[in-house]
Write a protein that binds this ligand. Sequence first.
Ligand SMILES: [Zn+2]
Length: 284
Amino acid sequence: MGKGDKIPFWLDLWAGNRTLSDTFPNLYNHESDKRCYVSDRYRTNQGGIQWFWGSRNNLSSNALLKEWDECLAVINEVTISQRSDAWLWRMGEKQVEFQARLVRAELDEISLINETTVLIWLHWIPKKVNCFLWRVVLDRIATKEALQILRIHLPSVNCVLCNEEIESVNHLLVTCGLAQQIWAVIFQWMKIPLPRYILSVVQLLEFTDSYQGIKKYKRAVYTAVATTCWIIWKTRNDVIFKSKPPVLAKIIGDIKVVSFSWVCNRSELKDFPWEKWRSFRMRE
Ligand SMILES: [Zn+2]
């Protein structure tokens, strides 16, 4: 508390162990302005603080006067300063004024789940795709393997794109034969050599993150990777629910067009030319 200009006199916890409305219910009932601030009820006088009963209802009985005396004893213990009231919070050793950006910085430092350190919340891509990628990394999308673990009966747990292996997240999005062909083309498009050891989405994101470049370039790479995962998932759903066979050229086209529309509509590169995006010229 500073000078009490933002703290309700009766309703906030600022003097004693409880709110004054709880400690002195009869006074509170008698109060005409139940939401008055602390600063409404004192004046400064030669450097000292003088409290007064400021309500329109006078203290009309001895019982109320006695309670007000007890209330004064409690509030006289409190030190009033010159500055405005402010939210403080503890950052390490010291207390500082609360700012949302400090909380965000602190939260970014904490990594509860290792896998998620590869994720960034990028405004270039839609929220649902940010969320999708988050769930992919945590192995929380409804693949056939996941459904089988939940004891949901399925005619087959094989990947619908290759029909050779169990459909897990990392098989579907990375190690499946079709996924490998897609990534080979997408990495060629981004002009990044695709290493052979990559077997999961987390490894893929770790690798692309280690690839240095200007911010715009790194964001474009992240967008391309996120879009590719998203389009592979959509392709898989189209096979299952609409019986549409996957076509590599169409998938690649979709990845480029969809990511381009997100970059144009969502990023700060509003008038980015399609010609440049198509050839991934992001370093210029
Ligand atoms: Zn497969």
